[in-house]
Design a protein. Structure first.
Lengths: 68, 550
Protein backbone atom coordinates (compact mmCIF):
# COMPACT_ATOMS: atom_id res chain seq x y z
CA UNK A 1 0.00 0.00 0.00
CA UNK A 2 2.83 2.37 0.89
CA UNK A 3 4.51 1.89 -2.47
CA UNK A 4 1.47 2.89 -4.47
CA UNK A 5 1.32 6.15 -2.54
CA UNK A 6 4.81 6.98 -3.81
CA UNK A 7 4.27 9.42 -6.67
CA UNK A 8 7.32 8.13 -8.56
CA UNK A 9 5.77 4.68 -8.57
CA UNK A 10 2.40 5.99 -9.77
CA UNK A 11 3.96 8.01 -12.60
CA UNK A 12 6.23 5.10 -13.55
CA UNK A 13 3.30 2.69 -13.62
CA UNK A 14 1.19 5.05 -15.74
CA UNK A 15 3.87 5.51 -18.39
CA UNK A 16 4.74 1.80 -18.40
CA UNK A 17 1.10 0.85 -19.04
CA UNK A 18 0.76 3.45 -21.81
CA UNK A 19 4.10 2.29 -23.27
CA UNK A 20 2.93 -1.33 -23.41
CA UNK A 21 -0.22 -0.20 -25.21
CA UNK A 22 1.77 1.79 -27.76
CA UNK A 23 4.23 -1.04 -28.37
CA UNK A 24 1.42 -3.59 -28.60
CA UNK A 25 -0.48 -1.37 -31.03
CA UNK A 26 2.62 -0.90 -33.18
CA UNK A 27 2.54 -4.64 -33.96
CA UNK A 28 -1.08 -4.56 -35.08
CA UNK A 29 -1.14 -1.51 -37.34
CA UNK A 30 -0.42 -1.69 -41.07
CA UNK A 31 0.97 1.82 -41.45
CA UNK A 32 4.78 1.89 -41.40
CA UNK A 33 4.84 5.43 -39.97
CA UNK A 34 2.40 4.51 -37.18
CA UNK A 35 4.41 1.35 -36.46
CA UNK A 36 7.70 3.26 -36.08
CA UNK A 37 6.39 6.25 -34.16
CA UNK A 38 4.39 4.20 -31.68
CA UNK A 39 7.20 1.71 -31.17
CA UNK A 40 9.86 4.35 -30.51
CA UNK A 41 7.59 6.42 -28.29
CA UNK A 42 6.60 3.24 -26.44
CA UNK A 43 10.23 2.33 -25.87
CA UNK A 44 11.02 5.85 -24.62
CA UNK A 45 8.00 5.81 -22.30
CA UNK A 46 8.86 2.41 -20.88
CA UNK A 47 12.44 3.47 -20.17
CA UNK A 48 11.10 6.54 -18.35
CA UNK A 49 8.40 4.57 -16.55
CA UNK A 50 10.68 1.79 -15.35
CA UNK A 51 13.28 4.35 -14.24
CA UNK A 52 10.64 6.08 -12.10
CA UNK A 53 9.56 2.77 -10.59
CA UNK A 54 13.17 1.85 -9.79
CA UNK A 55 13.67 5.28 -8.23
CA UNK A 56 10.64 4.70 -6.03
CA UNK A 57 12.29 1.57 -4.64
CA UNK A 58 15.49 3.43 -3.78
CA UNK A 59 15.05 3.99 -0.08
CA UNK A 60 15.18 7.67 0.62
CA UNK A 61 13.21 8.56 3.69
CA UNK A 62 13.32 12.27 2.92
CA UNK A 63 11.88 11.95 -0.52
CA UNK A 64 8.35 10.84 -0.04
CA UNK A 65 5.33 12.08 1.74
CA UNK A 66 4.15 8.78 3.11
CA UNK A 67 7.45 7.90 4.75
CA UNK A 68 7.49 10.79 7.14
CA UNK B 1 -9.51 13.89 -36.49
CA UNK B 2 -10.63 10.36 -35.73
CA UNK B 3 -9.60 8.41 -32.67
CA UNK B 4 -9.33 4.63 -32.52
CA UNK B 5 -9.85 2.26 -29.63
CA UNK B 6 -6.22 2.48 -28.54
CA UNK B 7 -6.51 6.28 -28.23
CA UNK B 8 -9.66 6.03 -26.13
CA UNK B 9 -7.94 3.40 -23.98
CA UNK B 10 -5.06 5.79 -23.23
CA UNK B 11 -7.51 8.56 -22.28
CA UNK B 12 -9.40 6.10 -20.05
CA UNK B 13 -6.18 4.95 -18.35
CA UNK B 14 -5.29 8.57 -17.62
CA UNK B 15 -8.72 9.20 -16.06
CA UNK B 16 -8.34 6.03 -14.01
CA UNK B 17 -4.96 7.16 -12.66
CA UNK B 18 -6.00 10.72 -11.76
CA UNK B 19 -9.09 9.51 -9.93
CA UNK B 20 -7.05 6.71 -8.33
CA UNK B 21 -4.59 9.26 -6.91
CA UNK B 22 -7.53 11.02 -5.24
CA UNK B 23 -8.77 7.79 -3.68
CA UNK B 24 -5.28 6.80 -2.47
CA UNK B 25 -4.71 10.15 -0.80
CA UNK B 26 -8.15 10.30 0.78
CA UNK B 27 -7.05 8.62 4.01
CA UNK B 28 -4.39 11.27 4.58
CA UNK B 29 -6.92 14.10 4.75
CA UNK B 30 -8.13 14.56 8.31
CA UNK B 31 -8.07 18.31 8.95
CA UNK B 32 -8.68 21.54 7.09
CA UNK B 33 -4.94 22.07 7.10
CA UNK B 34 -4.34 18.70 5.37
CA UNK B 35 -6.99 19.48 2.78
CA UNK B 36 -6.09 23.09 2.04
CA UNK B 37 -2.36 23.30 2.87
CA UNK B 38 -1.13 19.68 2.51
CA UNK B 39 0.10 20.15 6.08
CA UNK B 40 3.28 21.70 4.64
CA UNK B 41 4.76 18.26 3.99
CA UNK B 42 5.37 17.97 0.25
CA UNK B 43 8.90 17.07 -1.00
CA UNK B 44 10.91 19.57 -3.03
CA UNK B 45 10.83 17.78 -6.40
CA UNK B 46 7.04 17.59 -6.25
CA UNK B 47 6.52 21.23 -5.21
CA UNK B 48 8.91 22.38 -7.96
CA UNK B 49 7.16 20.48 -10.74
CA UNK B 50 3.72 21.39 -9.38
CA UNK B 51 4.86 25.04 -9.31
CA UNK B 52 5.25 25.17 -13.09
CA UNK B 53 2.51 22.65 -13.78
CA UNK B 54 -0.08 24.84 -12.05
CA UNK B 55 0.78 27.41 -14.72
CA UNK B 56 0.85 24.81 -17.51
CA UNK B 57 -2.85 25.09 -18.22
CA UNK B 58 -4.68 25.40 -21.47
CA UNK B 59 -3.79 29.05 -21.98
CA UNK B 60 -0.12 28.09 -21.70
CA UNK B 61 -0.07 25.00 -23.91
CA UNK B 62 -2.44 26.13 -26.67
CA UNK B 63 -1.89 29.86 -26.20
CA UNK B 64 1.90 29.83 -26.39
CA UNK B 65 1.87 27.63 -29.49
CA UNK B 66 -0.58 30.13 -30.99
CA UNK B 67 1.70 33.03 -30.03
CA UNK B 68 4.67 31.13 -31.45
CA UNK B 69 2.95 31.11 -34.85
CA UNK B 70 1.74 34.70 -34.53
CA UNK B 71 4.77 36.39 -32.99
CA UNK B 72 7.54 33.83 -33.49
CA UNK B 73 10.42 33.59 -31.03
CA UNK B 74 9.43 36.89 -29.38
CA UNK B 75 6.94 34.79 -27.42
CA UNK B 76 9.92 33.32 -25.54
CA UNK B 77 10.17 36.63 -23.66
CA UNK B 78 7.40 35.26 -21.42
CA UNK B 79 9.98 32.68 -20.29
CA UNK B 80 13.46 34.10 -20.81
CA UNK B 81 12.68 37.64 -19.73
CA UNK B 82 9.55 37.27 -17.62
CA UNK B 83 9.34 33.98 -15.75
CA UNK B 84 12.99 33.15 -15.02
CA UNK B 85 13.94 36.42 -13.34
CA UNK B 86 10.67 36.64 -11.39
CA UNK B 87 10.93 33.04 -10.15
CA UNK B 88 14.48 33.59 -8.92
CA UNK B 89 13.42 36.82 -7.19
CA UNK B 90 10.52 35.02 -5.51
CA UNK B 91 12.80 32.27 -4.22
CA UNK B 92 15.59 34.47 -2.96
CA UNK B 93 13.80 37.56 -1.65
CA UNK B 94 10.06 37.02 -1.22
CA UNK B 95 9.61 33.43 -0.07
CA UNK B 96 11.19 34.08 3.36
CA UNK B 97 8.31 36.50 4.07
CA UNK B 98 5.55 34.24 2.76
CA UNK B 99 6.84 31.08 4.42
CA UNK B 100 8.52 32.63 7.44
CA UNK B 101 5.46 34.68 8.41
CA UNK B 102 3.45 31.42 8.67
CA UNK B 103 0.78 32.98 6.46
CA UNK B 104 -1.39 30.30 4.87
CA UNK B 105 -2.08 32.32 1.76
CA UNK B 106 -0.92 35.41 -0.08
CA UNK B 107 -3.96 37.46 1.09
CA UNK B 108 -3.18 36.43 4.66
CA UNK B 109 0.32 37.87 4.27
CA UNK B 110 -1.36 41.15 3.28
CA UNK B 111 -3.40 40.99 6.49
CA UNK B 112 -0.27 40.48 8.59
CA UNK B 113 1.71 43.15 6.78
CA UNK B 114 -1.07 45.72 6.21
CA UNK B 115 -4.64 45.24 7.39
CA UNK B 116 -7.89 43.33 6.95
CA UNK B 117 -9.35 45.47 4.16
CA UNK B 118 -6.28 45.02 1.91
CA UNK B 119 -6.45 41.27 2.50
CA UNK B 120 -10.18 41.13 1.76
CA UNK B 121 -9.83 43.15 -1.44
CA UNK B 122 -7.11 40.79 -2.67
CA UNK B 123 -8.97 37.65 -1.49
CA UNK B 124 -12.26 38.55 -3.19
CA UNK B 125 -10.70 39.54 -6.52
CA UNK B 126 -8.44 36.48 -6.46
CA UNK B 127 -11.29 34.09 -5.59
CA UNK B 128 -13.46 35.49 -8.39
CA UNK B 129 -10.54 35.35 -10.79
CA UNK B 130 -9.72 31.69 -10.06
CA UNK B 131 -13.30 30.52 -10.51
CA UNK B 132 -13.62 32.35 -13.82
CA UNK B 133 -10.21 31.10 -15.01
CA UNK B 134 -11.24 27.58 -14.12
CA UNK B 135 -14.48 28.03 -16.05
CA UNK B 136 -12.64 29.41 -19.06
CA UNK B 137 -10.35 26.35 -19.00
CA UNK B 138 -13.39 24.10 -18.94
CA UNK B 139 -15.08 26.00 -21.76
CA UNK B 140 -11.92 25.91 -23.89
CA UNK B 141 -11.51 22.17 -23.30
CA UNK B 142 -15.10 21.39 -24.28
CA UNK B 143 -14.92 23.64 -27.35
CA UNK B 144 -11.64 22.08 -28.48
CA UNK B 145 -12.97 18.56 -28.08
CA UNK B 146 -16.09 19.54 -29.99
CA UNK B 147 -14.15 21.10 -32.86
CA UNK B 148 -11.38 18.53 -33.29
CA UNK B 149 -13.07 15.31 -32.16
CA UNK B 150 -16.74 16.07 -32.57
CA UNK B 151 -17.45 15.31 -28.91
CA UNK B 152 -20.57 16.73 -27.33
CA UNK B 153 -19.89 20.07 -25.54
CA UNK B 154 -22.03 19.22 -22.50
CA UNK B 155 -20.51 15.76 -22.12
CA UNK B 156 -16.95 17.18 -22.18
CA UNK B 157 -17.83 19.86 -19.62
CA UNK B 158 -19.45 17.48 -17.14
CA UNK B 159 -16.91 14.63 -17.51
CA UNK B 160 -13.86 16.92 -17.13
CA UNK B 161 -15.43 18.84 -14.23
CA UNK B 162 -16.57 15.60 -12.59
CA UNK B 163 -13.09 14.07 -12.70
CA UNK B 164 -11.43 17.21 -11.30
CA UNK B 165 -14.10 17.33 -8.59
CA UNK B 166 -13.53 13.70 -7.58
CA UNK B 167 -9.79 13.94 -7.15
CA UNK B 168 -9.71 17.38 -5.52
CA UNK B 169 -12.64 16.57 -3.21
CA UNK B 170 -11.05 13.32 -2.05
CA UNK B 171 -7.41 14.29 -1.70
CA UNK B 172 -7.53 18.09 -1.48
CA UNK B 173 -4.48 20.12 -2.41
CA UNK B 174 -2.12 17.12 -2.17
CA UNK B 175 -4.17 15.25 -4.76
CA UNK B 176 -4.20 18.28 -7.08
CA UNK B 177 -0.44 18.70 -6.67
CA UNK B 178 0.28 14.99 -7.27
CA UNK B 179 -1.86 15.06 -10.39
CA UNK B 180 -0.14 18.24 -11.57
CA UNK B 181 3.19 16.39 -11.53
CA UNK B 182 1.74 13.48 -13.50
CA UNK B 183 0.19 15.99 -15.89
CA UNK B 184 3.54 17.77 -16.28
CA UNK B 185 5.28 14.60 -17.46
CA UNK B 186 2.34 13.72 -19.69
CA UNK B 187 2.33 17.14 -21.35
CA UNK B 188 6.10 17.13 -21.90
CA UNK B 189 6.35 13.51 -23.08
CA UNK B 190 3.10 13.75 -25.05
CA UNK B 191 4.09 16.83 -27.04
CA UNK B 192 7.88 16.30 -27.35
CA UNK B 193 7.49 13.65 -30.12
CA UNK B 194 5.32 16.15 -32.01
CA UNK B 195 8.14 18.69 -31.92
CA UNK B 196 10.62 16.04 -33.09
CA UNK B 197 8.40 14.88 -35.97
CA UNK B 198 7.56 18.45 -36.95
CA UNK B 199 11.21 19.49 -36.94
CA UNK B 200 12.16 16.45 -39.00
CA UNK B 201 9.45 17.19 -41.56
CA UNK B 202 10.39 20.86 -41.70
CA UNK B 203 14.03 19.99 -42.48
CA UNK B 204 15.44 20.68 -39.04
CA UNK B 205 16.37 24.13 -37.76
CA UNK B 206 17.94 24.90 -41.15
CA UNK B 207 14.57 24.24 -42.78
CA UNK B 208 12.91 26.61 -40.35
CA UNK B 209 15.48 29.34 -40.94
CA UNK B 210 15.01 28.92 -44.71
CA UNK B 211 11.19 28.96 -44.65
CA UNK B 212 10.10 31.17 -41.76
CA UNK B 213 10.17 34.97 -41.86
CA UNK B 214 13.48 36.00 -40.28
CA UNK B 215 11.66 38.63 -38.20
CA UNK B 216 10.02 35.81 -36.24
CA UNK B 217 13.28 34.09 -35.35
CA UNK B 218 14.74 36.68 -32.98
CA UNK B 219 14.21 37.83 -29.43
CA UNK B 220 15.45 41.40 -29.45
CA UNK B 221 15.89 42.42 -33.09
CA UNK B 222 13.61 45.31 -34.09
CA UNK B 223 12.75 46.19 -30.51
CA UNK B 224 13.64 49.86 -30.97
CA UNK B 225 10.07 50.54 -32.09
CA UNK B 226 6.75 48.64 -31.99
CA UNK B 227 6.63 48.62 -35.79
CA UNK B 228 9.96 46.79 -36.00
CA UNK B 229 8.85 43.40 -34.65
CA UNK B 230 5.85 41.08 -35.09
CA UNK B 231 4.74 41.48 -31.47
CA UNK B 232 4.28 45.24 -31.89
CA UNK B 233 6.08 46.07 -28.64
CA UNK B 234 9.04 48.34 -27.93
CA UNK B 235 11.92 47.41 -25.63
CA UNK B 236 10.72 49.59 -22.74
CA UNK B 237 7.23 48.07 -22.66
CA UNK B 238 8.74 44.62 -23.04
CA UNK B 239 11.30 44.97 -20.25
CA UNK B 240 9.32 47.10 -17.80
CA UNK B 241 5.75 46.06 -18.72
CA UNK B 242 6.24 42.33 -19.23
CA UNK B 243 9.65 41.56 -17.71
CA UNK B 244 9.08 43.46 -14.50
CA UNK B 245 5.46 44.33 -13.77
CA UNK B 246 3.46 41.49 -15.33
CA UNK B 247 5.96 38.70 -14.74
CA UNK B 248 6.83 39.68 -11.18
CA UNK B 249 3.17 40.44 -10.50
CA UNK B 250 2.14 36.97 -11.60
CA UNK B 251 4.98 34.75 -10.38
CA UNK B 252 5.58 36.55 -7.08
CA UNK B 253 2.04 37.39 -5.93
CA UNK B 254 -0.41 35.01 -7.61
CA UNK B 255 -1.43 32.54 -4.91
CA UNK B 256 -2.14 29.85 -7.51
CA UNK B 257 1.59 29.32 -8.06
CA UNK B 258 2.98 30.68 -4.77
CA UNK B 259 0.80 28.14 -2.90
CA UNK B 260 2.87 25.30 -4.43
CA UNK B 261 6.01 26.67 -2.77
CA UNK B 262 4.24 27.45 0.51
CA UNK B 263 3.42 23.76 1.09
CA UNK B 264 7.11 22.79 1.16
CA UNK B 265 8.51 21.03 4.22
CA UNK B 266 10.81 23.85 5.29
CA UNK B 267 11.89 27.35 4.35
CA UNK B 268 14.96 26.27 2.39
CA UNK B 269 12.86 24.00 0.18
CA UNK B 270 10.19 26.69 -0.19
CA UNK B 271 12.90 29.07 -1.44
CA UNK B 272 14.40 26.52 -3.82
CA UNK B 273 10.99 25.49 -5.23
CA UNK B 274 10.53 28.38 -7.72
CA UNK B 275 14.24 28.41 -8.59
CA UNK B 276 14.37 24.70 -9.40
CA UNK B 277 11.05 25.11 -11.25
CA UNK B 278 12.74 27.79 -13.36
CA UNK B 279 15.03 25.14 -14.93
CA UNK B 280 12.27 23.25 -16.79
CA UNK B 281 10.50 26.59 -17.27
CA UNK B 282 13.29 28.05 -19.40
CA UNK B 283 13.28 24.86 -21.50
CA UNK B 284 9.50 24.93 -21.94
CA UNK B 285 9.57 27.05 -25.15
CA UNK B 286 10.85 23.90 -26.90
CA UNK B 287 7.53 22.24 -26.10
CA UNK B 288 5.03 25.09 -26.23
CA UNK B 289 6.44 27.77 -28.59
CA UNK B 290 8.49 25.80 -31.12
CA UNK B 291 5.39 23.99 -32.53
CA UNK B 292 4.01 27.41 -33.52
CA UNK B 293 7.20 28.21 -35.44
CA UNK B 294 7.41 24.73 -36.95
CA UNK B 295 3.92 25.01 -38.44
CA UNK B 296 4.95 28.19 -40.25
CA UNK B 297 7.70 26.23 -42.01
CA UNK B 298 5.39 23.32 -42.76
CA UNK B 299 2.79 25.65 -44.31
CA UNK B 300 5.28 26.42 -47.07
CA UNK B 301 5.41 22.69 -47.91
CA UNK B 302 1.75 21.72 -47.75
CA UNK B 303 -1.65 23.38 -47.56
CA UNK B 304 -2.67 20.65 -45.11
CA UNK B 305 -0.95 22.68 -42.39
CA UNK B 306 -2.93 25.86 -43.06
CA UNK B 307 -4.86 27.01 -40.02
CA UNK B 308 -8.64 27.43 -40.12
CA UNK B 309 -10.24 30.87 -39.89
CA UNK B 310 -12.31 32.22 -37.02
CA UNK B 311 -15.90 33.40 -37.51
CA UNK B 312 -14.55 36.92 -38.04
CA UNK B 313 -12.32 35.67 -40.84
CA UNK B 314 -8.99 35.86 -38.99
CA UNK B 315 -6.47 33.04 -38.71
CA UNK B 316 -7.31 30.84 -35.73
CA UNK B 317 -3.86 30.47 -34.19
CA UNK B 318 -5.29 28.45 -31.29
CA UNK B 319 -5.54 25.52 -33.69
CA UNK B 320 -1.74 25.20 -34.09
CA UNK B 321 -1.34 22.24 -31.75
CA UNK B 322 -4.56 20.42 -32.81
CA UNK B 323 -3.54 20.86 -36.46
CA UNK B 324 -0.07 19.41 -35.82
CA UNK B 325 -1.57 16.53 -33.84
CA UNK B 326 -3.95 15.79 -36.70
CA UNK B 327 -1.26 15.90 -39.38
CA UNK B 328 1.71 14.31 -37.62
CA UNK B 329 0.40 11.85 -35.04
CA UNK B 330 -0.99 8.44 -36.00
CA UNK B 331 -3.39 6.57 -33.70
CA UNK B 332 -1.70 5.41 -30.53
CA UNK B 333 0.55 8.37 -29.91
CA UNK B 334 -2.42 10.55 -30.98
CA UNK B 335 -4.21 9.29 -27.87
CA UNK B 336 -1.22 10.41 -25.78
CA UNK B 337 -1.24 13.85 -27.46
CA UNK B 338 -4.98 14.34 -26.92
CA UNK B 339 -4.59 13.15 -23.31
CA UNK B 340 -1.78 15.70 -22.86
CA UNK B 341 -4.14 18.46 -24.01
CA UNK B 342 -6.89 17.23 -21.69
CA UNK B 343 -4.31 17.07 -18.86
CA UNK B 344 -3.30 20.68 -19.44
CA UNK B 345 -6.92 21.83 -19.16
CA UNK B 346 -7.56 19.75 -16.06
CA UNK B 347 -4.31 20.85 -14.46
CA UNK B 348 -5.25 24.51 -14.95
CA UNK B 349 -8.72 23.90 -13.61
CA UNK B 350 -7.65 21.94 -10.51
CA UNK B 351 -4.96 24.50 -9.70
CA UNK B 352 -7.52 27.29 -9.75
CA UNK B 353 -10.09 25.36 -7.74
CA UNK B 354 -7.61 24.41 -4.97
CA UNK B 355 -6.32 27.98 -4.72
CA UNK B 356 -9.92 29.21 -4.64
CA UNK B 357 -10.98 26.92 -1.79
CA UNK B 358 -7.93 27.86 0.32
CA UNK B 359 -8.51 31.60 -0.11
CA UNK B 360 -12.26 31.31 0.39
CA UNK B 361 -11.94 29.16 3.54
CA UNK B 362 -9.06 31.00 5.25
CA UNK B 363 -9.35 34.57 3.99
CA UNK B 364 -13.08 35.06 3.59
CA UNK B 365 -14.97 32.41 5.60
CA UNK B 366 -12.66 32.12 8.62
CA UNK B 367 -11.87 35.81 8.61
CA UNK B 368 -15.40 37.23 8.19
CA UNK B 369 -17.99 34.50 8.75
CA UNK B 370 -16.87 31.98 11.39
CA UNK B 371 -13.71 32.46 13.42
CA UNK B 372 -12.28 29.86 15.84
CA UNK B 373 -14.20 26.83 14.58
CA UNK B 374 -12.75 23.31 14.76
CA UNK B 375 -10.33 21.86 12.18
CA UNK B 376 -13.05 19.41 11.18
CA UNK B 377 -15.38 22.32 10.47
CA UNK B 378 -12.86 24.01 8.17
CA UNK B 379 -12.24 20.68 6.45
CA UNK B 380 -15.95 20.44 5.66
CA UNK B 381 -16.04 24.06 4.51
CA UNK B 382 -13.02 23.39 2.27
CA UNK B 383 -14.72 20.36 0.73
CA UNK B 384 -18.02 22.20 0.24
CA UNK B 385 -16.10 25.09 -1.34
CA UNK B 386 -14.51 22.65 -3.78
CA UNK B 387 -17.96 21.54 -4.94
CA UNK B 388 -19.14 25.14 -5.19
CA UNK B 389 -15.99 26.13 -7.08
CA UNK B 390 -16.49 23.34 -9.62
CA UNK B 391 -20.18 24.19 -10.07
CA UNK B 392 -19.31 27.88 -10.52
CA UNK B 393 -16.71 26.83 -13.12
CA UNK B 394 -19.33 24.83 -15.00
CA UNK B 395 -21.72 27.80 -14.89
CA UNK B 396 -18.91 30.04 -16.19
CA UNK B 397 -18.24 27.61 -19.04
CA UNK B 398 -21.91 27.86 -20.08
CA UNK B 399 -21.89 31.65 -19.78
CA UNK B 400 -18.80 31.71 -21.99
CA UNK B 401 -20.54 29.52 -24.53
CA UNK B 402 -23.34 32.05 -24.89
CA UNK B 403 -21.46 35.31 -24.38
CA UNK B 404 -17.84 34.91 -25.39
CA UNK B 405 -17.20 38.67 -25.17
CA UNK B 406 -18.15 38.67 -21.47
CA UNK B 407 -15.21 36.36 -20.78
CA UNK B 408 -12.85 38.71 -22.63
CA UNK B 409 -14.16 41.55 -20.50
CA UNK B 410 -13.71 39.61 -17.26
CA UNK B 411 -10.15 38.65 -18.14
CA UNK B 412 -9.45 42.27 -18.93
CA UNK B 413 -10.85 43.48 -15.60
CA UNK B 414 -8.80 40.89 -13.70
CA UNK B 415 -5.74 42.06 -15.59
CA UNK B 416 -6.41 45.56 -14.25
CA UNK B 417 -6.47 44.20 -10.68
CA UNK B 418 -3.32 42.11 -11.05
CA UNK B 419 -1.12 44.69 -12.74
CA UNK B 420 -0.59 47.02 -9.75
CA UNK B 421 -0.45 44.25 -7.13
CA UNK B 422 3.30 43.76 -7.35
CA UNK B 423 3.86 47.43 -6.41
CA UNK B 424 1.93 46.83 -3.19
CA UNK B 425 3.97 43.73 -2.31
CA UNK B 426 7.25 45.30 -3.35
CA UNK B 427 6.74 48.36 -1.16
CA UNK B 428 5.28 46.30 1.67
CA UNK B 429 8.23 43.93 1.81
CA UNK B 430 11.06 46.39 1.23
CA UNK B 431 9.86 49.68 2.76
CA UNK B 432 8.65 49.44 6.31
CA UNK B 433 7.04 52.92 6.21
CA UNK B 434 4.33 51.55 3.87
CA UNK B 435 0.95 51.66 5.61
CA UNK B 436 -2.25 49.63 5.26
CA UNK B 437 -4.39 52.57 4.14
CA UNK B 438 -1.77 53.53 1.54
CA UNK B 439 -1.57 49.96 0.24
CA UNK B 440 -5.35 49.70 -0.12
CA UNK B 441 -5.84 53.03 -1.88
CA UNK B 442 -2.72 52.48 -3.96
CA UNK B 443 -4.25 49.25 -5.25
CA UNK B 444 -7.54 50.97 -6.04
CA UNK B 445 -5.74 53.83 -7.82
CA UNK B 446 -3.56 51.40 -9.80
CA UNK B 447 -6.59 49.37 -10.88
CA UNK B 448 -8.48 52.52 -11.87
CA UNK B 449 -5.51 53.81 -13.87
CA UNK B 450 -5.30 50.49 -15.74
CA UNK B 451 -8.98 50.74 -16.66
CA UNK B 452 -8.56 54.40 -17.64
CA UNK B 453 -5.55 53.64 -19.88
CA UNK B 454 -7.54 50.92 -21.61
CA UNK B 455 -10.44 53.32 -22.09
CA UNK B 456 -8.21 55.96 -23.65
CA UNK B 457 -6.16 53.75 -26.00
CA UNK B 458 -6.95 51.37 -28.84
CA UNK B 459 -5.23 48.26 -30.16
CA UNK B 460 -6.56 45.83 -32.78
CA UNK B 461 -9.98 47.46 -32.43
CA UNK B 462 -10.15 46.96 -28.66
CA UNK B 463 -10.21 49.58 -25.91
CA UNK B 464 -10.88 53.29 -26.47
CA UNK B 465 -14.30 53.18 -24.82
CA UNK B 466 -13.74 56.71 -23.45
CA UNK B 467 -11.66 58.25 -26.21
CA UNK B 468 -8.80 57.30 -28.52
CA UNK B 469 -5.72 59.24 -27.43
CA UNK B 470 -3.23 56.65 -28.69
CA UNK B 471 -3.27 53.59 -30.92
CA UNK B 472 -0.98 50.70 -30.04
CA UNK B 473 0.57 48.46 -32.67
CA UNK B 474 -0.87 45.33 -31.02
CA UNK B 475 -3.07 44.14 -28.17
CA UNK B 476 0.01 42.71 -26.49
CA UNK B 477 1.72 46.10 -26.61
CA UNK B 478 -1.38 47.71 -25.11
CA UNK B 479 -1.45 45.15 -22.26
CA UNK B 480 2.24 45.64 -21.44
CA UNK B 481 1.87 49.44 -21.38
CA UNK B 482 -1.28 49.30 -19.23
CA UNK B 483 0.64 47.08 -16.79
CA UNK B 484 3.55 49.45 -16.23
CA UNK B 485 1.30 52.51 -15.98
CA UNK B 486 -0.85 50.77 -13.33
CA UNK B 487 2.30 49.74 -11.46
CA UNK B 488 3.72 53.26 -11.42
CA UNK B 489 0.41 54.81 -10.31
CA UNK B 490 -0.01 52.25 -7.52
CA UNK B 491 3.63 52.72 -6.46
CA UNK B 492 3.44 56.53 -6.33
CA UNK B 493 0.03 56.70 -4.61
CA UNK B 494 1.09 54.13 -2.01
CA UNK B 495 4.33 56.02 -1.31
CA UNK B 496 2.66 59.42 -1.01
CA UNK B 497 -0.15 58.15 1.23
CA UNK B 498 2.33 56.25 3.40
CA UNK B 499 3.96 59.56 4.34
CA UNK B 500 0.67 60.98 5.61
CA UNK B 501 -0.69 57.90 7.40
CA UNK B 502 0.54 56.08 10.50
CA UNK B 503 2.77 53.03 9.93
CA UNK B 504 2.73 49.90 12.09
CA UNK B 505 5.15 49.67 15.00
CA UNK B 506 8.52 48.04 14.26
CA UNK B 507 7.91 44.99 16.43
CA UNK B 508 4.72 44.18 14.49
CA UNK B 509 6.69 43.99 11.25
CA UNK B 510 9.44 41.56 12.21
CA UNK B 511 9.43 38.70 9.69
CA UNK B 512 7.27 40.70 7.30
CA UNK B 513 9.64 43.42 6.10
CA UNK B 514 13.14 42.95 4.66
CA UNK B 515 14.97 45.41 6.92
CA UNK B 516 13.42 43.95 10.10
CA UNK B 517 13.86 40.27 9.25
CA UNK B 518 17.00 38.36 10.27
CA UNK B 519 18.94 37.12 7.21
CA UNK B 520 18.68 33.42 6.47
CA UNK B 521 21.92 31.62 7.18
CA UNK B 522 21.89 28.18 5.69
CA UNK B 523 24.13 25.80 7.69
CA UNK B 524 24.32 23.53 4.65
CA UNK B 525 27.11 24.87 2.45
CA UNK B 526 26.42 22.62 -0.56
CA UNK B 527 25.77 24.84 -3.62
CA UNK B 528 22.76 22.87 -4.82
CA UNK B 529 21.01 23.54 -1.51
CA UNK B 530 21.75 27.24 -1.62
CA UNK B 531 18.95 29.26 -3.30
CA UNK B 532 21.33 32.11 -4.16
CA UNK B 533 23.78 29.92 -6.09
CA UNK B 534 20.98 28.08 -7.83
CA UNK B 535 19.40 31.40 -8.76
CA UNK B 536 22.67 32.69 -10.22
CA UNK B 537 23.02 29.56 -12.36
CA UNK B 538 19.45 29.91 -13.67
CA UNK B 539 19.99 33.57 -14.50
CA UNK B 540 23.26 32.90 -16.33
CA UNK B 541 21.56 30.18 -18.41
CA UNK B 542 18.68 32.58 -19.18
CA UNK B 543 21.03 35.37 -20.24
CA UNK B 544 22.96 32.96 -22.48
CA UNK B 545 19.68 31.95 -24.19
CA UNK B 546 18.86 35.63 -24.74
CA UNK B 547 22.26 36.18 -26.33
CA UNK B 548 22.09 33.07 -28.55
CA UNK B 549 18.68 33.99 -29.96
CA UNK B 550 19.26 37.74 -29.99
Amino acid sequence: MNKILDLRFVIGLFFSVVALLLIGYSFTTDSVAAKNINRWCGITFIIFGVSMIILSFVKDADDELLEE
Amino acid sequence: MKLEIVDYLIIAIYFFFVIGIGFLLKRRVKTGNDFLMSNRSIPLWITSLAFISANLGAQEVLGMAASGAKYGLYTAHFYWLGAAFAMVFLGIYMMPFYYGSKARSVPEYLKLRFDEKTRTFNAITFAAMTVFSSGISLYALAMLMQVILGWDFHLSVWIAAGIVLIYTYLGGLTSAVYNEVLQFFLIVLGIAPLVYLGLQKAGGWEGIVANVDNAKLHLWKGMDSPAGNPMGVDAFAMVFGLGFVLAFGYWCTDFLVVQRAMISRNLNEARRTPIIAAVPKILMPLIVILPGIIILALQTQSAAFDLPLTESGQTNYNMVLPKLLEQLYPSGILGVGITALIASFMSGMAGNVTAFNTVWTFDIYQSHIKKNASEKHYLNVGKATTVVGILASIATAYVAQGFNSIMDLLQLVFGFVNAPLFATFFLGMFWRRTTGHAAFWGLIAGTASAALTHGLTVAEGKGGWIDNLHTFQSGTGQAFNIAWIAFVVCFVVTMVLSFVTKPKAKDELVGLVYSLTPRQTDPDKRWYKNPLWLGIIVLIATIVLNIIFY
